[in-house]
Design a protein around this ligand. Structure first.
Ligand code: ZN
Ligand code: ZN
Length: 339
C-alpha cells in the first residue's frame, strides 16, 4: 500500500515540518586534511565506477567481476542493515557471538566508519530526527524549496564534511563495554584495506592474471563501495523527503517509505515504519515490501543464532498507522527501542 512514490510535496507548507529555529545549525567544516580524507573515501569509489564503465566498452566485465561485486555488496550491505542498524543501533535481536562478530566485520568493510561511531551517529539521528541535533537532516537549512535542495546534498554527503563529533560514550556506552566491538572498531582501517584487497586477491586467484586482480579490485571493491555508499546516503536523504508516510512519528520527523530502494537498501528503505517503531527486526511490514535483512534475521533465528527477535506485533503496527488524511506527525514518542 505504500509502494508508490510521491513527488516532493510543497516543501514549506506542511505544518509539522521543522521551522528554521528547530532545524540543526550546520556544524563547522572539518580541517583540510580531514576533509581531504573524507573526499577520498566518498569520491574515490567514483573513480572505480568510471574505470569500470570504461572497461565495459573495452574488454567488458567478466563474470568473476560481477559475482564479486554482487556478493560483496550483499555481504557488506547486510553487515550494515542487519548488523550496524538493526542489531547494534536498535537491538532488534540477540545474536550468537559469531553472528555479532561476523556482522560487525562485514559492516565495517562498507567503508562507512567504525561500528561504534556509526551507531552513535545513527542513534543521535533518531533522537533528534529532522530537528536541531540531527547530524544529517535534509531540513538542516530550512523548508523552502531552495533550502530543501541544499539540505538534500547536506543529508546525502555534505554532513560528512562537517566537524560534527558524536560522543560515543554518551550514545553507544553499551557497545563501548563490549570488548569484541571495541576491537573491531579499532580494526576499522585494517578492515577497509581487506575490503579492497580481498576482491583483488580473489580476482587474481580465479583468473591467475593481473587483469583479473584489477577487475576484482575495481568491481568487487570500488564499484561495490560506491553503490553501497549511495544507498546508505539515499536512506538519509531521499527517505526523509520522497515516498509515503503511512505511520505516525514524532512531529518533527519526516521519514518516508521509499519503495525504489527496497532491494539495494535490503529493507532499510521502509524508513517511515522504522522511525515509528525503531526496534522492530522487520521494516517492510506490509504485503509485498521486500526486506532481505528481516529474511536474514529469520534464517539466523531458525539456526538458533538469533534469539529474542522483535518481530512486528500486528496490533502495535496498526496502532501506529496514520489514518488516511490524518495528521502526519504525532506528539507521541516512537515505539520501543533506542530512538
Ligand atoms: Zn534506525
Ligand atoms: Zn532516518
Amino acid at each position: 500500500m505504500s509502494g508508490s512514490v510521491q513527488t516532493p510535496s510543497a516543501p514549506s507548507l506542511a505544518p509539522d515540518r521543522p521551522s528554521r529555529a528547530q532545524v540543526p545549525e550546520p556544524a563547522p567544516h572539518q580541517r583540510l586534511p580531514e576533509r581531504a580524507f573524507t573526499a577520498l573515501v566518498v569520491f574515490g569509489p567514483l573513480a572505480g565506477v568510471v574505470v569500470g564503465a570504461m572497461a565495459l566498452f573495452g574488454r567488458g566485465v567478466s563474470v568473476t567481476d560481477l559475482v564479486l561485486a554482487v556478493v560483496l555488496f550483499a555481504v557488506t550491505g547486510h553487515g550494515l542493515s542487519t548488523g550496524f542498524h538493526r542489531l547494534f543501533s536498535h537491538r532488534s535481536f540477540k545474536p550468537a557471538r559469531w553472528v555479532k562478530i561476523a556482522l560487525a566485520v562485514a559492516g565495517s568493510m562498507a567503508f562507512e566508519g567504525s561500528v561504534i561511531g556509526w551507531v552513535a551517529n545513527h542513534r543521535r539521528h533518531h533522537a533528534y530526527t529532522d530537528r536541531k541535533g540531527d547530524p544529517h537532516s535534509p531540513y538542516a537549512y530550512g523548508t523552502s524549496r531552495r533550502q530543501l535542495t541544499r539540505g538534500l546534498f547536506h543529508a546525502h554527503t555534505g554532513w560528512l564534511f562537517q566537524g560534527q563529533a558524536t560522543d560515543e560514550a554518551r550514545w553507544a556506552p553499551d557497545l563501548l563495554s563490549d570488548p569484541d566491538l571495541v576491537l573491531i572498531s579499532n580494526l576499522f582501517p585494517v578492515l577497509c584495506v581487506v575490503s579492497l584487497a580481498l576482491p583483488a586477491a580473489i580476482g587474481w586467484a580465479v583468473t591467475g592474471t593481473l587483469a583479473g586482480a584489477v577487475g576484482g579490485f575495481v568491481w568487487g571493491g570500488l564499484v561495490r563501495v560506491f553503490f553501497l555508499h549511495q544507498t546508505t546516503f539515499a536512506v538519509n536523504s531521499a527517505c526523509h523527503i520522497w515516498g509515503t508516510r503511512p505511520f505516525t512519528t514524532r512531529r518533527s520527523d519526516r521519514s518516508t517509505n521509499f519503495a525504489p530502494l527496497a532491494i539495494l537498501s535490503m529493507g532499510d528503505n521502509w524508513h517511515n515504519l522504522h522511525h515509528s517503531l525503531p526496534a522492530l527486526a522487520r521494516h517492510g511490514v506490509d504485503p509485498g515490501q521486500l526486506d532481505s535483512s528481516a529474511r536474514l534475521i529469520r534464517i539466523l533465528e531458525w539456526m538458533g543464532a538469533a534469539t529474542e527477535v522483535r518481530w512486528p506485533d500486528p496490533a502495535v503496527v496498526e496502532a501506529r498507522r496514520r489514518p488516511v488524511g490524518g495528521p502526519e506527525g504525532s506528539p507521541r514518542p516512537p515505539g520501543p527501542g533506542v530512538g
